[in-house]
Structures are given as structure tokens and as C-alpha cells.
Design a protein around this ligand. Sequence first.
Ligand code: ADP
Length: 627
Amino acid sequence: MTTGKINVSVENIFPLIKKFLYSDHEIFLRELVSNGTDATLKLKHLISIGEAKVEYGNPVIEVKVDKEGKKIHIIDQGLGMTADEVEKYINQVAFSGAEEFLDKYKDSAKDSGIIGHFGLGFYSAFMVAEKVEIITKSYKDEPAAHWTCDGSPEFTLEPADKTSRGTEIILHIAEDSLEFLDDSKISGLLNKYNKFMPIPIKFGTRTETLPKPEDAPEDYVNETIEVDNIINNPNPAWTKQPSELSDEDYKNFYRELYPMQFEEPLFNIHLNVDYPFNLTGILYFPKLGNDMQIQKDKIQLYQNQVYVTDNVEGIVPEFLTMLKGVIDSPDIPLNVSRSGLQADGAVKKISNYITRKVADKLKSLFNENRADFEAKWNDIKIVLEYGMLSEDKFYEKAGAFVLYPTVDDKYFTLDELKEKLKENQTDKDGKLVVLYAGNKDAQHSYIEAAKEKGYEVLLLDSPIISHLIQKIENDNKDLTFVRVDSDHIDNLIKKDENTISKLSEEEKATLKTSLEAYIPKAYSVQLEAMDSQAAPFIITQPEFMRRMKEMSQTGGGGMFGMGNMPEMYNLVVNTNSDLASSILNTEDKTHQEHLVKQALDLAKLSQNLLKGEALTAFVKRSFEMIK
Ligand code: ADP
């Protein structure tokens, strides 16, 4: 038996590691199963190049929990190690690796959010074990070796009688980590970290019922057998070529990833690149609607089929974190902080690649089946609109597939929309006027009025739409967006020069004075001669003020340096309406006030502005009138 002292500068790095990685003790299992996987894949490689002349067989990695003995065993059938190699790889590489890791980690620990804590490797066993044994037999014709260590630099190394090839790691679980002796805990961890690792992982057995034979007698009792319980799928869809996969395969893989998710994804994007970086993966567009929050942190990051994290911030462009799926790349540095990550050149390239692939896929979906794309628009628009706002590279490509739906479910691209508007929607400066509604119900009367004039009205109802409109206007100087209930709509809708006012200038002045006596200060009264059939009172909001207010509510408030902005409204009164004449000609001041207030409330009601006490008073007054 050899005993020795591992050459590390810190007397005992064990407590240090425990302290620094306290919240992440569970990764020991991922690290050890990864080592077993690596050892198996290395052996496969050696056999394939003729280096190792042994039978590969059907290797599995087995995890066993010995509750009574307070031990966990991780057993592989990989290439194993000779005593010399244990000396070299474990005593030197593993320990110095742990030390190096700790050095790096100490610096970045303040900067929370280190991605995966990879790199600690074998040594992470000491986060849960007070003593670790390695019993290993190399594929080479040499005796097996038995190494024991309690985390201090002292170790023992002696021959062992193991005859089968491979490595068994035995963890003597420490008193403060006994939770890891729970079967459910271990299967939970294997499911989280090792679900798609490339070598089958066995954890216990399960009972399988044999198929009933053709000639089974009446009283046949189902026969059962115990089979290995393999917890992983070693060949997940993303490791295959897109040409090998059907739509159904993609959907099945989605279910495998998200067993609790019942809604099917809308479509997927298969990522597959090996130069200048290596990345594979499948992203799914789930049905999103207008909710921006629910889906975050659902893309899983893997490295060589080993799960790392489901927080891909900094790696995937932010607007795509609303998607689901998997990305697998060995080229993403894991022992760096989030901020370090963002500065990393390779990561930037990866992020740009993903953006480009998503844009290309959207473009081809649009070109291949526009009707289908339109049908899905409502469920994907939030991602695309957010992408246009946040990623210039995406914005540049968006013209080819981003849609502008109308209230009547027609869909235009921006170019098509411009063509359409040229027909009859220009203002006095010659700009194309995009009329839009934010809510079909709330703005119903305005939409109807615009449609009656033959105008196209878009339905733009995302929570971030005011930001996007601002950006589109900035980049398209020939366009101006006007919400149907905005005052700017005057330029278009009410510019009916042929309508002559029934009232004289003097009458108008009298009407205005009477109105202003009863109308609150937040409203500016504006008299317009319109068709006598048009609504007598209409409330409009200044487009600019309303949009700024919306923008400050959905982020960007600080950006514009505006606090809470005041409500501002226009009350447009149709001087040709019968109601205007009635108000003008009523001698009885009480009755006049009544008319004005009732009309204002009706106008408010149609703009969804009548609430609370005012609404109660209105209803009461209206009942009085009809009783
Ligand atoms: P890493 O795996 O990152 O190199 P580790 O600390 O996990 O670092 O392991 C150090 C070395 O020990 C490995 O590079 C490998 O050579 C050897 N090793 C660890 N586990 C096994 C195993 N199960 N079978 C064979 N060799 C192993």
C-alpha cells in the first residue's frame, strides 16, 4: 500500500470548496456521471482507432444508493485507470484542477451568477462525501487500483481485486448531506442533469410486463420481469440531422423536454453549426399571446449533452428567452460571470448566429405558407416585435416577415401596407397615415367611423407597440401612425371640406362658451362642422401625449425623463348635429347643463373613460330621464 501527500498549496481545500459552492452541492453527481461518460467515450474512441483491443459491449453507467452503508456508488465500464494514472490524473490533475477552479471562482464569486460551475470535476465529490474511494481497472493489462482519500491532502493507494474494466467511485456521504441518500433525490438529479447524456445511465430496476402470447390460455397471468431502469435518452433529437427528423419527432422531443406542458409548440428551429463555433439545438416557438413574462428561463443550456442551466441570459438574445428548447455548445465558457460572458467574443457570435437563424426560419415560414404564418401571427408577434426593438440585426431582417394585421384580419407587410395607403390615406403633408386601433372593443365607434370613410385600420395591441411605432416612424419618414381615437385623425377623417357649418361664427362662440362652462379643465373644446349624422360629441386624445404615456408605462419612462404625465383630451363637438343646436337654443341653464353633461358622459363612455362615481351618477341620471 502506498500512502502519500498530494501536493497542493492549501492544507485542506475541502472546506473552502464546500463554502464557496454551498448552494450547488448537487452538481457532484453530474460531474461524476460526466467523468464516467467521458471514460466510456474515450474507450470507444481508442477501440475505433485500434489503440485498445477490447470488447466495447453495451456499456452503461450505474448509480447505486446504499442507504444503510450511507454510500453512493457510480460505476462505469470505461477505459479505467492504472495505479500510475490514478496518481497522475487524480492526485495531480483533479486536485490542481480543483485548486485552480477555486482561484478563479473566488474572484468572480462576488459577481454572482457564474453559469455552470463546471471544471471542478472529480473533486466536487467532497462537497457531499467525507471519504471517497476509487476502485478502477484499466483496459490495459495491469492490476486494479484502490485509492482512498478523506479530502485532506493525504491519500492511500493500494492494489485491488477488481477484474472488470472500468471505474467505481464510492462516496461515503457526510452527515450534513444525508439527503442525497434518498432515491427520489438522486433520480431527480439524474433527470435534471443527465437526461440526455450520451451513455445509458442505470438507476435501479423497474418491472416490465411481458406481452401476452398469441396462444395464451384463458387463465393467463401476465408475466413480469425486472429490467434495468435507464433514466436517460442517449440520442436526443438535437444531436440528429434535421433531415432525419419528422414534425412528429420534433413534437415528441418537445414533450420529452417539457412533460408538464400540454400545449403544442407552433414551430421549431433546428440549430446546427460547427464553424467558427460549435452549437446544436432546437428552439421552439410556444404560443405566447400578449404575455411577455411567463416563458422566461425555459431554454436549457447543455454542453455535450450535459445539462448546465436554464438561465441562458447573455447567451441567447433577450427577446428569444421567451422561446423554449435546448442549445448545446461546448464553446460557452462556464466559469465566468454573466457580465464576463457578454463581453466574450465567441458568445457574441453565438448570440448573433441564433438571431440570424431565427430570422431566416421566420422568413422561410412566411414564404412557404403565408396563410399559416398569418394564423400564427398573434401568438408569435410579441417575440418578433420585441426583437425588432432590441436587436438591430433582427430589425434589419424583419421587413421580410413582420406583419401588420387590420381589424378585419387582413395582414400586410410594411411594404404592402405602404402601397395600400398610397391609395387614399395621406395627410396634408403627403405622409402616409397608418390608422390603428389598440383595442377593437374600446375603440369600436372610432374604427367604424374610419372604415366608413374607406380607411384601412390596423389592430396593434401588443403591450410594447407604442415603442415599436416610434421606431418605425423614425426609420420611415414617409409614415405617420395615428390611433383612431387620436386628435391627429382630424387630418384625415374630418377633412370633409364640403361640409358647411350650419352655425354662424357668433353662434359658434356662444356654443363654445356654454360648453366650456360645464366641461372639466382636462378637455379642450373643439368645434367641427361634420356630417349631421356623425356623433355629436367625440373625445380624442393627442397622439403624441398618449403614446409617450404608454411608453413610460411599459419601460422607457426614465429614458424620456417624464414622470407621470397628465391626462389630456379633446372634446370634438359636431356643430351640425341636432344636439349642438339644442344646447345652443336652450334657455333653461339647468337643462343646458344637463344636456352637456349627459352628452359628455356618453362620449366618455364610448372611449371607456367613464368610471367609478361618474359612471354611477351617469346611470342614475339616465334612469331619471327615461322614467
Ligand atoms: P476533468 O474531467 O475535467 O479532466 P476531473 O477532476 O473530473 O477533471 O478528472 C481528472 C481526470 O481523472 C480526468 O481527466 C480523467 O483522466 C480521470 N478520471 C476521472 N474520472 C474518471 C473515470 N471515471 N474513469 C477514468 N478516468 C477518470
